[in-house]
Design a protein around this ligand. Structure first.
Ligand code: 9Z3
Length: 346
């Protein structure tokens, strides 16, 4: 009797074509950089709590409002150089793009998870929290009481109403991070939770995440002391390219929009295209450090480029470029959702 058929097979090579082992084995397939990263770096202690709150937020909108959810990342990241951190490396981002975009997502009917660098700008309060817009300048004293300066009151009322509406409708969920490690862990957890709403999730990755970090295995516990050489040499590693994982396994059905920041105009479009072909996501918004508040370019995987620019008239009316970016992104998101629908009915 022939041996019972096995319902699995192995990938063992046929004896006649077997690899000549005398030359030594191929290296065992290694973990990806992201896997190594998560194995060798601890999750922030508060992560479980944030996961629980995120689940509730996502569940609420999935069950009650049916809104799409935009996960907006915003602000810079710090790269600590010591465990008890006295020194760290940081970057310029104040979170203006992220905070402003979050407001326009809310206005365009989205619920927003705002994953932001702690103490960077927040939606709505950003109008009064920056050093050039100190909230105290909006106040006056009258009859021993504090009042809003009538000059600004109308404008403030508009912002206040929008802010309260976002709160009342439970449409804005604020989640802070500080370090690259906290950012990566939180993004990973949230994207997995957002799988619940499939294509209705949109990632808008505006945070300026550091490309380099100091692995925890090499991080000194205490403040770095003066060196005999008189120099401080810092040996950083490359932050793993997590975007690929986000696209192919953490949030495979979500629409993913990343930003590409350059300072040299001549390489911006090429770098945006490279990112799209490398990570296989849906949209890159390119911007230059110098002109980021006045123009951006939206680049799609099929090579289309759409510049969004503020006109002189827009600028004089204080139009914010995000008020033009978000409807364009929303439109692309709608196309993305439709393309999935067509796939599933085909
Ligand atoms: C951006 O390009 C944002 O638009 C800015 C916004 C950080 C320029 P602000 O906070 O600035 O409003 O002052 N964000 C993404 C920057 C980035 O690090 N992108 C990575 C890259 O360029 C890809 S994820 O390689």
């Amino acid at each position: 009797m022939p041996p019972p058929q096995k319902n699995y097979h192995t990938a063992a090579p046929e004896p006649e074509t077997a690899i000549d082992r005398s030359h030594g084995d191929f290296p065992v397939a290694g973990d990806s950089d992201e896997e190594v990263y998560f194995k060798t770096h601890k999750a922030p202690s508060y992560l479980a709590e944030i996961e629980e709150q995120t689940k509730q937020f996502v569940e609420y909108h999935a069950e009650t409002t049916g809104k799409r959810i935009a996960l907006v990342t915003s602000g810079g990241t710090t790269v600590p150089l010591e465990n008890n951190t006295v020194r760290f490396i940081d970057n310029f981002s104040a979170g203006t793009r992220g905070a402003t975009s979050a407001e326009y997502f809310l206005e365009n009917g989205y619920a927003v998870i705002f994953l932001h660098r702690e103490f960077s700008l927040l939606p709505y309060s950003r109008h009064y929290s920056h050093t050039t817009n100190c909230f105290l300048d909006y106040m006056i004293e009258k009859d021993n009481k504090v009042e809003i300066n009538p000059e600004f009151a109308d404008e403030m009322l508009v912002v206040l109403r929008k802010y309260q509406q976002a709160q009342k409708s439970n449409s804005l969920f604020l989640v802070p991070f500080t370090t690259v490690n906290q950012y990566l862990y939180t993004l990973k957890s949230m994207s997995t939770i957002l799988q619940r709403i499939h294509t209705k999730a949109l990632f808008y990755l505006a945070a300026a995440v550091s490309d380099f970090f100091l692995p925890s295995s090499r991080m000194p516990q205490h403040k770095i002391q003066a060196q005999p050489s008189g120099k401080l040499v810092v040996d950083l590693e490359q932050v793993p390219k997590f975007l690929r994982r986000l696209v192919d396994s953490w949030a495979p059905q979500a629409m993913i929009v990343s930003f590409k920041l350059e300072t040299d105009n001549s390489i911006l479009i090429k770098k945006a295209k490279d990112a799209l072909s490398r990570y296989q996501h849906q949209l890159v918004i390119g911007n230059l450090l110098q002109s980021r508040k006045n123009e951006v370019v939206i680049v799609t995987p099929n090579g289309e480029q759409e510049w969004i620019r503020l006109t002189e008239e827009d600028k004089s009316k204080k139009v914010e470029i995000e008020s033009l970016i978000i409807p364009a992104v929303k439109h692309k998101h709608e196309e993305w959702m439709k393309s999935w629908q067509q796939k599933s009915t085909a």
